[in-house]
Ligand binder design. Structure first.
Ligand code: TXA
Ligand code: MG
Length: 327
């Protein structure tokens, strides 16, 4: 059932559902989440089974504001506090030392916890209503089945889980790809997942350039958003540079049924479903997952995608494309 997230009655109903241990489809500025009371282990367990997600892959816990951190985390380093100051509410998740006895199921039993304060007004309204109802945070992975493309509209969430789920409609997500994740448990910031907030912004806000997870000595906790093959549509995705893409299209001629092309460069491609990727990285991120779902809806079996530029503002989009192509 989809409810209008603008209505107070919808927010009240969703907060009550969460309080009662039910799941709710939640709009955020990045993607839609599948939310459960983070302190209710049974509700959290249901998130894992509904998604088909392995139980040792931790979920992100969403809080109404920075005052919600202390319930779930402790020993927050100064650089993490600077990031909270700079980017909350917004598309930034921090991995922090977990407060023992809190959010264990959501954290996949790890001694760290991922916290995020979403900026979307519907998410904000719901999280504040939750606090008033005694729910300190909601665990919410992206509202899609494990490994699939994340949803950026309420209709996408319904496509994934059917009409039995209560979904708050907050419109199309403005950012379109999942939050930037920074691990703050290793003494320096470590970028676990690129997103709308860039490395340069992180460095500027806290004074320390983030490391990449490849630069870490020890192994990082298991994390599905960081699996190589993820965010995949049904169609096979192949990433190509502009030249190879045009050469492939010229070779195919009219023999290109079930092929789609997603490219920023104008190409000669008479017979295929050709979709232009926005020139601007933010606009490309915003429509990316809807575009991938659109290819599936059109019955396409193969999508050739032109690599976007290897510049910092494209890091999040390139990351998601790479994972879609790895499936
Ligand atoms: O934008 C987003 O972050 C969206 C919206 C709904 O807020 N949520 C999201 O959640 O992408 P999810 O569950 O699909 O991604 C969770 C990822 C994990 O795959 C992992 O990479 C990281 O967050 N994560 C969460 N808790 C962690 C922890 N304790 N240690 C390490 N990584 C963690
Ligand atoms: Mg996900």
């Amino acid at each position: 059932m989809v409810l209008d997230g603008q209505q107070d009655a919808s927010i009240t109903a969703a907060a009550q559902a969460l309080r009662a241990g039910q799941l709710v489809g939640l709009p955020t500025e990045t993607v839609y989440g599948l939310a459960a009371d983070a302190d209710n282990d049974q509700a959290v367990a249901q998130v894992y089974t509904t998604k088909g997600r392995p139980a040792d892959h931790p979920l992100i816990v969403h809080v109404a504001d920075a005052s919600g951190i202390g319930h779930f985390a402790r020993n927050v380093p100064a650089f993490a506090q600077a990031l909270v100051q700079a980017f909350w509410p917004g598309p930034l998740t921090l991995i922090l030392p977990r407060r023992p006895g809190h959010g264990a199921a959501a954290a996949g039993q790890q001694d760290s916890i991922g916290l995020r304060c979403p900026a979307h007004p519907v998410a904000q309204a719901l999280l504040r209503a939750c606090v008033a109802a005694g729910v300190h945070g909601v665990a919410a992975p992206s509202a899609n089945r494990f490994g699939r493309v994340s949803p950026t509209t309420a209709a996408h969430v319904q496509d994934e889980f059917g009409d039995g789920l209560l979904v708050l409609d907050g419109g199309a997500c403005a950012v379109g790809i999942e939050s930037t994740i920074v691990d703050c448990t290793r003494g320096v910031p470590v970028l676990l997942r690129p997103g709308a907030i860039t490395r340069a912004q992180i460095a500027a806000a806290c004074g320390i350039a983030p490391l990449s997870k490849e630069e870490l000595p020890a192994h990082t906790p298991r994390a599905s958003g960081t699996l190589e093959a993820h965010y995949a549509p049904n169609a096979k995705v192949r990433l190509m540079d502009t030249k190879a893409l045009q050469a492939g299209l010229d070779l195919l001629g009219s023999d290109a049924a079930h092929l789609a092309v997603y490219a920023r460069t104008p190409l000669r491609a008479p017979q295929v479903l050709l979709r232009r990727m926005p020139q601007d990285a933010e606009a490309a991120a915003q429509e990316l997952f809807a575009a991938l779902r659109g290819f599936d809806d059109a019955g396409v079996r193969l999508v050739w995608i032109e690599w976007p530029p290897a510049t910092p503002e494209w890091e999040g989009v390139r990351d998601r494309l790479q994972r879609a192509a790895a499936a």
